[in-house]
Design a protein around this ligand. Structure first.
Ligand code: OOG
Ligand code: NI
Length: 266
C-alpha cells in the first residue's frame, strides 16, 4: 500500500481493535484460515455537521491522501447525511463518512451537542491523528443517556468520538469463504452475534453489494461521573459484484447502510 495511507489505516486499526475485541478475534480466525492477507473493503467515520468537525473536515484528511469523493447518501429518519470516498488504487480501503444533521434535532440535543463541539480545539481537527483521537469533550453518563434516547447515533458519537466505528473485510479477497451467508454461519458457530436488522444479509447481487456485520462489542467507557458498559464498534463483511460494464461496484447501498448503522444500537 501507499505508505502514508498505510500509516493512517494501521493507526485507525490499532485504536479500533483496542475497543472491539471481537473484531480482533475474528480477524485472527480468518487470518489463520487464509493464505493471503485480509483486505479491508472500507471503514466508516461519524461526526456532527457543526464547525469545525463537519463531514468535509474529516474528508480533508483523505483528499490529502489522493482520495476522491464518490456517492452521496441520505438517511431521513436518522437525520444523517453521508458520502463515500475512494482512492484511485482500488486495493486501498474506501471510506464512508456520515454526519448528524444537528439542526433537525430537538433544541435540547442541539444545545448539548454544541456544548461538546465547543470543547474541541479547532487546530486539532487538522492534525494527523485526529481521525483516531476519540472524544474531545467532557461527558457525564446521564447526558449520554439523554442523547441516546433521541438519537442512537448522537449517543454513540458523544461517547466514542473520532475513530473508525467499523472495519470491513473484503470477501472478494478471501480464498476460503466466498459468500456473506458463509461468513455469517462461521460467525454464529463461533458465538458472535450478527446484526439481524432487515435480515442478516443486507443487499443483493442486483445491488452489486452484499454485506453483514456483527453487533458492536459491549465494553467499558469512561464518563466524567462513572464508568459504564456500552456498545463500542463492530466488524463488517462485504462482497462486491461487477456492474454491467464489468467493473466492480465501488459505492454503497443506502437501504443496507441504514440497517448497518444499527450495529451500534444498545
Ligand atoms: C456506517 C453505516 C453504513 C455501510 O457499509 O453501508 C455502512 C456507520 O455505521 O457509521 O457502513
Ligand atoms: Ni460499512
Amino acid at each position: 500500500m501507499h505508505s502514508d495511507v498505510d500509516t493512517l489505516f494501521r493507526a485507525l486499526w490499532e485504536d479500533y481493535r483496542a475497543v472491539t475485541p471481537s473484531a480482533d478475534r475474528i480477524h485472527g480466525l480468518l487470518a489463520e484460515r487464509e493464505n493471503t492477507a485480509i483486505v479491508n473493503d472500507h471503514i466508516a467515520l461519524r461526526t456532527f455537521n457543526l464547525a469545525p468537525v463537519g463531514l468535509d473536515a474529516l474528508a480533508a484528511h483523505f483528499l490529502a491522501l489522493g482520495y476522491q469523493p464518490g456517492g452521496e447518501y441520505h438517511f431521513e429518519s436518522k437525520k444523517l447525511y453521508a458520502r463515500h470516498y475512494e482512492h484511485p488504487d482500488p486495493e486501498v480501503p474506501k471510506v464512508f463518512i456520515s454526519e448528524l444533521l444537528v439542526e433537525q434535532c430537538s433544541d435540547q440535543l442541539q444545545a448539548v451537542v454544541q456544548g461538546l463541539v465547543d470543547q474541541i480545539n479547532p487546530k486539532r481537527v487538522q492534525a494527523d491523528d485526529f481521525l483516531y483521537s476519540g472524544r474531545h469533550w467532557n461527558l457525564d453518563y446521564s447526558t449520554y443517556r439523554q442523547l441516546l434516547e433521541e438519537s442512537e447515533y448522537a449517543g454513540w458519537l458523544a461517547a466514542w468520538g473520532y475513530r473508525a466505528n467499523h472495519f470491513t473485510v473484503s470477501i472478494n479477497h478471501l480464498d476460503t469463504i466466498h459468500s456473506v451467508p458463509d461468513i455469517n454461519t462461521l460467525l454464529k458457530e463461533q458465538g458472535f452475534s450478527v446484526n439481524a436488522s432487515g435480515g442478516e444479509v443486507k443487499g443483493s447481487p442486483q445491488d452489486c453489494l452484499e454485506q453483514s456485520s456483527t453487533m458492536a462489542d459491549r465494553v467499558t467507557a469512561h464518563f466524567t461521573d462513572q464508568d459504564a458498559v456500552i456498545p463500542s464498534c463492530f466488524y463488517e463483511f462485504a462482497k462486491r459484484y461487477p456492474m454491467a460494464n464489468g467493473k466492480l461496484y465501488s459505492g454503497f447501498v443506502a437501504a443496507s447502510a441504514d440497517r448497518i448503522f444499527e450495529s451500534t444500537h444498545s
